[in-house]
Design a protein around this ligand. Sequence first.
Ligand code: ACO
Length: 433
Amino acid sequence: MTQTKSSVTLVDNQSGKKYELPVLSGAIGPQVIDVRKLYTDSGYFTYDPGYTSTGACKSKITYIDGDEGVLLHRGYAIEDLAEHSDFMEVAYLILKGELPNKAEKAKFERDVTLHTMLHEQINRFFSGFRRDAHPMAVMCGVVGALSAFYHDSLDISDPHQRMIASYRLIAKMPTIAAMAYKYSIGQPFMYPRNDLGYAENFLQMTFGVPCEPYKPNPVLSKAMDKIFILHADHEQNASTSTVRLAGSSGANPFACIAAGIATLWGPAHGGANEAVLKMLAEIGSKDRIPEFIKRVKDKNEGVRLMGFGHRVYKNYDPRAKVMSATCKAVLGELGVSDPLLEIAVELERIALQDEYFVSKKLYPNVDFYSGIILKAMGFPVAMFTALFALARTVGWIAQWNEMIEDPEQKIGRPRQLYTGASKRPFVAIEKRA
Ligand code: ACO
């Protein structure tokens, strides 16, 4: 981050005073107005609900150009990573800043793999949940509970302990997500198998059973790995910002990630792929698409085309392109012809030509096709967001580490525009109307 020679002048029309606000520039992307001293100098603070115009941190991890549909992790395009890399390599890249060489990759994989098992006591924690609990509720609880188990990785000022906590989270999330699923269907938990790759092992723990050997399907393992890559990080979205905000108080890393999981759960964020499938099922057939689109365009109906639109992308989400190709590959491998895919393809075609969506720059996002693939692979709808959380843990923990290491980091504390009552005298209960 560098301070440019230019600045922005803010003129207070009431007092006539002028304030010079420095302009900062990053490596790429729009310049930012530095308002850090605005309140001290002027007595004003900024109002920006939803942070649509506010940068809350500097970061070297992920770059998005929403207008052009570009997503880079540490400078590498998501399309290249999805095609040429694997999730462990992308995790290393996001966490450490560079692609690993062969030896570094092998060591990283081994180091992470050594942490795949959970403390045996956590297995019992699961039985406290109802069998019909949503996997995100279970994950939120279990990941938060990890903070009560790993006391040797709690000194967040120690980079080594932070890295151990990061490895633990990346390694244990597939185990926890698979256990949440197994618990919901009443099957025994499958222990991790460290001879398998990250995605393969997750599929083994999810779909394997103790009474039969698990045979990984390379096409499905690759697709799972690709889905993980596509969800690994996405800059300062709601859940990542939550992790940073929680972490800014010095909170326990496992508790911070649990906060991220809670935020991701919402239908406007990670819950969207679940919502897409529900929407496609509700539409039911291609001939009912025009009627549905009409409802979306009618503000009074309060219906949104789920899987479309994004706060940052005002162009095709680059992840959606990879996801749509992966979707076709998986369905081809499994020999599945899903009527929902046909509805999705037609819905996308119609929406991309419709003035409403075109003028508002609403394009498919990563969630538009992911639900169809996951359904074809055998995941129940409720597990979709859990898979997202599993993959996003890499981004969350990398962003958390970056924040802790940033000397400019402060506890996150937004201000507000107070619109409530002014100070007034207390009224005794017997005198109240
Ligand atoms: N369907 C119909 N209209 C939409 C949609 C949609 N999916 N998304 C936005 N709009 C319209 C809004 O009604 C609004 O119209 P207006 O200007 O006439 O009032 C305009 O587009 C801007 O919408 P906002 O909600 O202000 O945009 P915002 O950036 O706050 O929202 C969001 C982004 C939440 C993703 C939104 O597009 C949405 O709800 N999409 C559907 C849910 C979804 O797919 N979420 C996944 C996001 S990706 C992820 O988290 C992995």
